[in-house]
Design a protein around this ligand. Sequence first.
Ligand SMILES: [Zn+2]
Length: 273
Amino acid sequence: MKLKCNDCGHDFEGNISLKDGNWMSVCPKCGCEFTVEVPKGRIRMMFVDDSDPDLDDEHFTDNFVGRDIRSYYAFDNPEDFIEAWYKMRDNPDGMWYWVLDGEELITSGACDPDDDDGFAEHFGFNLEELRENHKEMGVTLEEKKAEAIERMRMLGIFPQTISQFKEDGRVSISMDPWGAFYWADGEDLKHIREFEAEYDALVYVAIRSYMFIGCVDSYLFVSKYKEEWPKDRNDIRAKRALAYVYNHDAPECSEIGYIGIEPTIAAGLKRTW
Ligand SMILES: [Zn+2]
C-alpha cells in the first residue's frame, strides 16, 4: 500500500503490521518505525504480503496480528464492501486475505471467486441476485474494434489507414511531426501485441515521437472498460487521450498516461504534449 514516512516524509509502497494495537510500518529510507492511520469502517478487508512463495498457505493463519499486510480496505456497510469485492474479484491484491465484520472474522484464506456465497450468507444477501447483477460483462473484440474505428474517424485519420485496420487488422504508426503512416511490424508490432495482451486492450494507432526522454511510441487503444468509452471519446474531442507510451530507450519506463494529440495536414496524428 502507499505509505508516507511520518519522520522523513518519504513516499513508498510498503506493508503495515499490527503491533500492540497500532498499525506500524518501517520507512525503507530512514529506517524509522512509525504508526499508520488506517481507514475506519465496519467491514475490513486485508491482504497479506505473500510475495514470498515460502510464506504461502502453510503459514497462513486466521490471525492477521503481526503479519505483513500489503493492502487494507475499510467499508461502512455490506453493500459498499460487496461492490468493491466484485470489482477486485478477478484481480485481487494477493492470494491470501481476511475479511472482518467488526471484530468477527467472516472469511480468511485464499481469495476465491466463489467467496461471495459466504458473504451472501453472512450479510443476508440473495446470492443468485448478487451473481446475476455481477455477471462477467466481457467486452468482445468486435465491440472494441467498432469503437476503435469510430475513434479513428473522430480523429480524422487517413481513410485508407482506417480501412486497413478494419479489413486486415493493420495497426499503423504515425510519424511525428508530419503524421505519415506506416504499418507496425517486427519489434514494433510485438510490443503492441504484448501491451494488448497484458491490458486486454485493442490498439488502433500509434504515434512515434522524439522527446527529451528519447524515442517513444504512444499507443491509442480501446480499453476493456466499456463504461469508460464515452469519457475516452470526450477526451478525443478535447484533443487528448489516455495512451500507453512505449519508451524505446528505456522500456521499463513505459507507462499509461495522458497525451495531447492533433491531426496533421497529412491526415496523420502528432503529439502536442
Ligand atoms: Zn523515513
